[in-house]
Design a protein. Structure first.
Length: 74
């Protein structure tokens, strides 16, 4: 029961949440670029933010993988 719960949380729910966040961010950037002509500094800032979000997503995925492998039965 506990392993199924951990698998469900790590594999399905949390990763979908992060994925939705990056998709929303990408759609927001596309919509805003149509209405506003962003400056190069603004675009650079958004790209840095996007890179940080991707790096954070990778780190969280690795952490959840390690937690899933850890044995909590002790």
């Amino acid at each position: 029961m506990r392993k199924n719960l951990q698998k469900r949380v790590g594999k399905y729910c949390f990763q979908r949440f992060i994925g939705r966040g990056t998709i929303i961010f990408q759609k927001f950037f596309k919509i805003m670029s149509v209405f506003v002509r962003p400056s190069t500094e603004y675009v650079k800032g958004l790209m840095k933010l996007k890179e940080k979000m991707i790096k954070m997503q990778k780190n969280i995925t690795i952490l959840l993988h390690h937690v899933k492998l850890f044995d909590f039965s002790n």
